[in-house]
Design a protein around this ligand. Structure first.
Ligand SMILES: C[S@@+](CC[C@H](N)C(=O)[O-])C[C@H]1O[C@@H](n2cnc3c(N)ncnc32)[C@H](O)[C@@H]1O
Length: 248
């Protein structure tokens, strides 16, 4: 079964995207700089001053939608796509009701009921959530001033197909923001399709080979993030953001 269709990951991602800092990490001395990742990816990587008026953004692999909502602070239209019907359904319920109750795992079967809310100052109606496949996006999706894909490439069965579509998706002068901890696993991506992490090649080198003709690499950034599994178990990772500009 697709792990992103399970209740466990739905709850983990609602906490990851919408949990208050103290709900995620009540431990003094924990890695506070790894909190609020979906929000930080947009705040630290999007060049707001370079956006045109009425900017259009695409968030691919949006999960339960926090980064899509953050993009809507700056873009008048955000198309937010994920393969998981369960994640998209949750994002739509949150969008229409403004809140969504979920369970945080604490210990064994013991959970705490929490509420995800649309953050203040965001026009949630700017976001259009839909189910879709990053490797086979609908033909009429159009083009964008920003394409954003957080922690996606190492979860795709055919990442090269997603990358090959990007020159047609990002408008000339537009921004491409990719982040990933480059956790390549054969259960998601057949080894021969890994962009890096094999044959002595890094994923950044693989991305540059695939994107270099149509994009210039502006900057890379290290972005730590924290996913809570239960009260005493966390995944701490460091994604690399690569920030690209579509050549004109
Ligand atoms: C590691 S999560 C990252 C989610 C989110 N961007 C974040 O940073 O929290 C990977 C996401 O990609 C989605 N995904 C996996 N394969 C996909 C595909 N072929 N097309 C679109 N989304 C996909 C999963 O459902 C999941 O929501």
């Amino acid at each position: 079964m697709n792990p992103y269709e399970t209740e466990k990951l739905l709850n983990e991602y609602l906490l990851f995207h919408y949990g208050a800092d103290e709900e995620v990490l009540p431990w003094p001395g924990g890695p506070l700089d790894a909190l609020d990742y979906p929000q930080r990816c947009v705040a630290e990587c999007l060049e707001v001053a370079a956006l045109p008026g009425n900017a259009r953004a695409l968030d691919v692999g949006c999960a339960v939608g926090r980064s899509s909502l953050e993009l809507a602070r700056h873009c008048s239209e955000v198309v937010a796509i994920d393969y998981s019907a369960r994640f998209i359904e949750a994002a739509k319920v949150l969008q229409s009701r403004g809140s969504l109750v979920y369970s945080r795992a604490d210990e064994g079967e013991v959970v705490t009921s929490l509420t995800a809310r649309i953050p203040a100052g965001i026009e949630a109606g700017r976001v259009q959530f839909e189910c879709g496949d990053a490797c086979d996006l609908r033909a009429d999706i159009g083009s964008f001033d920003v394409v954003f894909a957080a922690n996606l490439v190492d979860r795709l069965p055919a990442p090269e197909r997603f990358l090959a579509a990007l020159p047609g998706l990002v408008r000339p002068g537009g921004q491409l923001i990719l982040t990933s901890p480059y956790t390549w696993l054969a259960e998601f991506t057949p080894r021969e399709k890994w962009l890096g992490g094999r044959d002595g090649r890094s994923t950044l080198e693989g991305l540059t080979l695939a994107l270099g003709a149509a994009f210039s690499l502006r900057e890379t950034r290290d972005l730590p993030f924290l996913i809570r599994e239960h009260a005493r178990k966390y995944q701490w990772s460091v994604a690399q953001a690569s920030i690209w500009r579509r050549t004109v």
